[in-house]
Ligand binder design. Sequence first.
Ligand SMILES: Nc1ncnc2c1ncn2[C@@H]1O[C@H](COP(=O)(O)OP(=O)(O)OP(=O)(O)O)[C@@H](O)[C@H]1O
Length: 272
Amino acid sequence: MAHREEKALVDLRQVHFAYGKREILSGIDLTVHRGQLVAIMGGSGCGKTTLLRLIGGQLKASAGSVTVDGQDMGQLGTEALYALRRRMGMLFQFGALFTDMSVFENVAFPLREHTDLPESMLRDLVLMKLQAVGLLGGHALMPSELSGGMARRVALARAIALDPMLIMYDEPFAGLDPISLGVVGQLIRRLNDALGAASIMVTHDVVESLSIVDYVYFVSDGRIVAKGTPDEIRESKDEFVHQFVHAEPDGPVPFHMKAAPIGELLMGEGGQ
Ligand SMILES: Nc1ncnc2c1ncn2[C@@H]1O[C@H](COP(=O)(O)OP(=O)(O)OP(=O)(O)O)[C@@H](O)[C@H]1O
């Protein structure tokens, strides 16, 4: 593929990160090219959101490098960092809307914050974004009047308001019914392609993701334990991947949290 020859838009090399003394990421290598939609999957608490925050520049790696559009996130001054972050769209977990603002104002918010566009141009841009997510007709509604799926689509429109080069989604499917989930998945793909952007999506939804993404990274114990195209992932014999793809409750990701054998604990409690 031609884009493999290009410089990556996002490039993580041997990234380490710790909250205090607790190491969360222990040498992550991850690459995203322009045009790609990439999923990051892994067990709960394995550091997926932390990875997005490192790429977004909200956190700094303790070792290794995070490069976005050729710029080393660890070396940027505050202004350069803000300038770069303006070119990233983010949809955080549950993508909460401002409840006291209309749909229109929610999407207009980043444009009002970051640009001095005249009102007429701002209006056109907001309406175009709402059209892109199929909610032009809902521009005057308040968030409380929206279904969960519609609210997520408004959050998508808001995330792309500034035409980002990179869009990051943290569990974009959480809490959605199967139909809305499919709609949001297709939108994520279409918006990425229409903007000529790259997108990174943290998700637990293997089935939906494999139908829309170009590449998947699996994270466990702070490392990338598997990666591949959807076809490679579906055919993978890797135990970890198998557990995820087939939604098996136990496997390399254990059902039980580490503990002493229950016999010992019960005996202790019983005081025998
Ligand atoms: N600000 C923080 N301070 C200390 N520890 C944190 C902080 N934020 C997250 N953690 C811990 O770091 C680990 C990784 O968190 P992170 O949110 O990146 O995981 P995740 O893979 O996105 O999880 P989930 O899928 O459950 O959302 C977790 O164990 C979490 O408890």
